[in-house]
Design a protein around this ligand. Sequence first.
Ligand code: ZN
Length: 657
Amino acid sequence: MMIATACTSVSAQSDAFSYTDESFADIQMLRYKVEGFENLTLRQKTLVYYLSEAALWGRDMFWDQNGRYNLRIRRAFEKIYTSYQGDRESADFRAFELYLKRTWFSSGIHHHYGSEKFQPEFSEAWLREALKQTGATLDEEIFPVIFNPAVAAMRTNQRDGDDLVQTSAVNFYGPNVTQAEAEKFYAQRKATADPHPIMMGYNSRLVKDADGVLREDVWRACGLYGTAINKIIENLRLARPFCDTPKQQAVIDKLIEYYLTGDLRTFDEYSILWLKDTEDLVDFVNGFTETYDDPLGMKGSYESIVNFKDLEATKRTEKLSKNAQWFEDHSPVDPRFRKEEVKGVSAKVITAAILAGALHPSTAIGINLPNSDWVRKDYGSKSVTIGNLTDAYNKAARGSGMAQEFVIDDATRQLIEQYGDVCDDLHTDLHECLGHGSGRLLPGTDPDSLKAYGAAIEEGRADLFGLYYVADPKLVELGLTPNLDAYKSQYYTYMQNGLLTQLVRIKPGNTIEEAHMRNRSFIAHWALEHGKDKKVVELVKRKGKTYVRINDYEALRGLFGELLAEVQRIKSEGDYEAARALVETYGVQVDAELHKEILARYERLHLAPYKGFINPVYTAVRDSEGRITDIRVSYNEGYAEQMLRYSRDYNALPDVN
Ligand code: ZN
């Protein structure tokens, strides 16, 4: 990834709501709008309010999970930040402020994405002086943690050959526990055959006591992080009466039971109740969830999102699901590879109301839970896309200069401006609701026969299904696209991304490795090559800059259909050689000269490669008896202001846990 140097904040849009806020280091702060909140009933708004409170009370747990010194550093630094009387314009103070902003963003002193420790650009002497002046304190052992690059260098170290537990700063294991000890501890417990295995180690820290015995400190009401967990339980109890259905109350009851006991079997029961609850408008995730931060991939990082169904957007996915059979029957693939009877997956589109823990400020735009393999196999999972976050990214990208720099002409830019968002959402819906579910394997084909190329082929298949159908008159008939020109916006941006702009995420000299990037690359390059004779798509140079030019959109649709048929054949027959040839020929290699040009053009735009969100603020309006009469939402809290308020109002844990 490229690091853009600090740039001044992008100017606010003319309307009252601004999607972009300040930027610093490699970060651009954005805001999201909770569209439709005012249309919820008072009951639903109150439910969102208490679930949001529950979400935020878990924040300090995530900080502590990310490193055992994080809370102490944050508290001392926030005291300096709010009460320092020295020169706040000095280089040291400004470097200190930048360090604190980055630390807030990562919920700790390591980069949220790369995991490497931040190197402060203020001096240790300055920090000692500032601590003294403000009356803040910091244990002596913490200075090397901040200043010595060799101490706690990585939050999560994945380098093969290292002791991953000892060399990772995450606080999932006691300081004297080794990787071998942790692996042995869990291997012994996993040995018993269990058709419904719990997520071993999911909600605890593994520690070693004085006589060398390993045990788990479980994160539960009467255990580790108990003070935070009890605040979460308190707010779940306040939320419970405002659920729309008894089904959702049962979900909350089970979650409370799990937080009280820490029993992972109860957690599985909770997950099953949660994934089956698809009718309630308001929904939420609250708990120890994803395991990416643990080098051994077992411990769940705390996260929470509160959301409600986007009924308009979900209508869109329902229209597609209802017509799933029509799409299957009319697809350009060989009838032998089509499904005789398809069931559309109704993935819902949601509006995020609050993000917390591992989902804040940096976040995901889609969630598919639970993570337990046996629960997924026996009961399925709940899949959501977060519409208002995608929308915020799109709106923020508008002023970024990308379109000005990379789109060939004004007419195409206007097309994208007009239809880009609609067709982008539709392409995603077609990909998720129909694409992945379409087609079938021939009897006897091993589903794993494409091996390492399986993911790129599967993503390419879903993308091609979406590309082929986004241009279909059927979508106009269903009222999903406004006319027969709109799809061209999607064709242009897809080709531009696959041939040019996605290269900004690749370092010079590297090839394309990630499955989604490979699939976009092979689709775009295959279409470029196979439309060459008829000049369907071209790469043209103007004043030394390369652009995509699409001369014949209809012919391009024909090429996408042709490739869809071939990719479906590869998948249905399990043709490994053809998969390898397609991906390796068109999906992996990078033209070094073109890459250099794209990187240089991108760098001149000074865009921050990482983005995150400032949350909205919810305020309860109460009558004289203390009853809630309304919940108001506002969007004008600043980034530092929000972080400081969270630290003050959701101060759930002691310094050392
Ligand atoms: Zn996909």
